[in-house]
Design a protein around this ligand. Sequence first.
Ligand code: ADP
Ligand code: MG
Length: 709
Amino acid sequence: MARAPRRRGDSSPGPTLAPSGAGALSTLPGVGPKVAEKLAARGLLSLQDLWLHLPLRYEDRTRITAIATLLPGQSAQVLARVEAVERSFRFRPTLRVVVRDESRASLALRFFHFNRAQVALFVPGRRLICYGEARPGQHGLEMVHPSYRLLADEAEAVIHDRLDPVYPAVEGLGPQSLSRLIGEALKRLPPAEALELLPDGLRERLALPTLREALLTAHRPPPDCDVTEFALGQHPAQRRLALEELLAHHLSLQRQRIALRAHGAMPVRGAGKLAASLRRQLKFTLTGAQQRVLDEVARDMARPEPMLRLVQGDVGSGKTVVAALAAANAVEAGRQVALMAPTELLAEQHLANFRAWLEPLGLRVAWLAGKVTGKARTAVLAEIASGQAQVVVGTHALMQDKVVFSSLALAIVDEQHRFGVHQRLALRDKGLSGSQVPHQLVMTATPIPRTLAMSAYADLDVSVIDEMPPGRTPVQTVAISGDRRGDVVERIRGACAEGRQAYWVCTLIEDSEEVEAQAAQTTFEQLGALLPELRLGLLHGRMKPAEKQAVMAEFKAGRLHLLVATTVIEVGVDVPNASLMVIENAERLGLAQLHQLRGRVGRGAAASSCVLMFRPPLSQMARERLEVMRASTDGFLIAEKDLELRGPGELLGTRQTGLASFRVADLARDAHLLPEVHRAAAQLLAEAPALAEQLVERWVGGAARFAGA
Ligand code: ADP
Ligand code: MG
């Protein structure tokens, strides 16, 4: 929903913000309707949006690095001569240009997209200057799609005198045009006092520059700035921006929480008879951690204001039964419960559990997913509307308009980070009756260090199930070089001969579902040829949901020995007989993701193992990360280590943590700012709520517009 532009006439005294709306941008030289449209598509509607379109990173072209000294993971500028040019079309067109410099070492430049004219430029003997990230390749270091310029023999290489900002791309606008536009926008930055929203005391206490100064420095680092400090994101200008951004996000979450708390909720209090019968019927007793979390949940639900609780617990820690016990309490109070999961696979698993536990107690558990259609759908919708269905399990189909509950008291959402905050709110709104909203229980297996959880989930209370049910044997993990693939194949042969099942996960360096699917296909064929006596299945993101489910069902039923898959198996696969997990290119994945993948094994009685295959040579950081995986199976410890080890140059997606993405702030790097952020937020909300509003509008307002909120 587009937000109405702020009216200029009614501006109250105090700091003036840039006018919103496209009008302001179109006054910049070079911004016609076409360009304005492209900017708007990226959420850039005002001058302020351009000021806050901050560099993702900086490229250091202020020096030349000798190839001999290049390290894996290092981004650098190299001056060299073309030595050899190769083209191959094995999986897809590839151009490989080998260059060598005065340090006598060579480097490969690799291109996947190129045209003939480009190929013709790379003549052996020609000089070039290029910039890119050095990565371990098949034959030593390589740079994939570096930026480069060919130089005439005598021409001097142009060495920049300051860091180059690299901006998040705007589709249809070249990086140079974007940079120029931002430069124009910066010329119109108002004086410092007009822009400042942070209380003076705070800025002084932390010795931070004004916003004006910080913006100018971040967009155009001066030649004399400390390059390393900048690359690490630790320059005071960057800290200032990160602090303000974190503060704005925190305020926005706090505001949501306050708004939610203003609603009432149906207090769920009862003797707990249903829950007690359920517990008697279980084949196990709850762990101490499960009991503690259940108590926390029950206490919240007994109150006349809505619960908003996140239950974190490692894969296998037993979150489902806690949710089922909470559901039993709500049903006993005469109310309905909804349980939503992000994938059909996961939702079906919950359905099976809930039916097995709750139906013997006489409860009606209904199922609603996209594939429930026609008469069946009409029937389910009627049951939900009448209240006959006391518990409804499903996918996001639960959030559709047609779904009307009779009295929803508890909304349970599993694997929260796969749903946006907005979807969570949509399910909550299903339960709106008068001013009451349902209690919300959110479950996630993604362990997030406490410091970060405070910020990522400032609108939620957090409970942690930090104890595993007894009797599990921890998964044994080894890291093995890809050169020893043959040994790994033998290991699979052995395990499957003993009647066990295995996973082989193909991951790719590039984040492209298509390329990944192709690699999985190839691996599937290769392994099939090497292991003719085994039955193999293939699972990737390019397959239709029905195909995926069929393969999963076969694997689950034990009719397939080996499942070759992409990372799509990360969530929701539960096959206790599978006891061997092989992960290719493990060094490229984030620790949290590796942990999730590894959690697919070790679910049964058999001792399980996980083989992390890597491509040598490993960077120091990658080595340490694999070592963490080898040494620990504790999700929280792994998450803490991940945070510690994450450093510049290590490309880890936000996917691994599911945390919000920020423009400047980096929760790993800036976690130390959080206590200050929380203090400042409390102070602003109490003393200057108008400033708080403006901060939220400045940093989050635009993003919310962009997200279509
Ligand atoms: P997750 O937290 O990953 O969702 P689940 O709820 O799926 O974990 O639980 C994993 C398995 O452990 C299930 O088979 C469940 O029945 C079992 N389980 C849960 N709690 C206990 C317990 N206290 N003792 C033994 N087994 C348990
Ligand atoms: Mg689960």
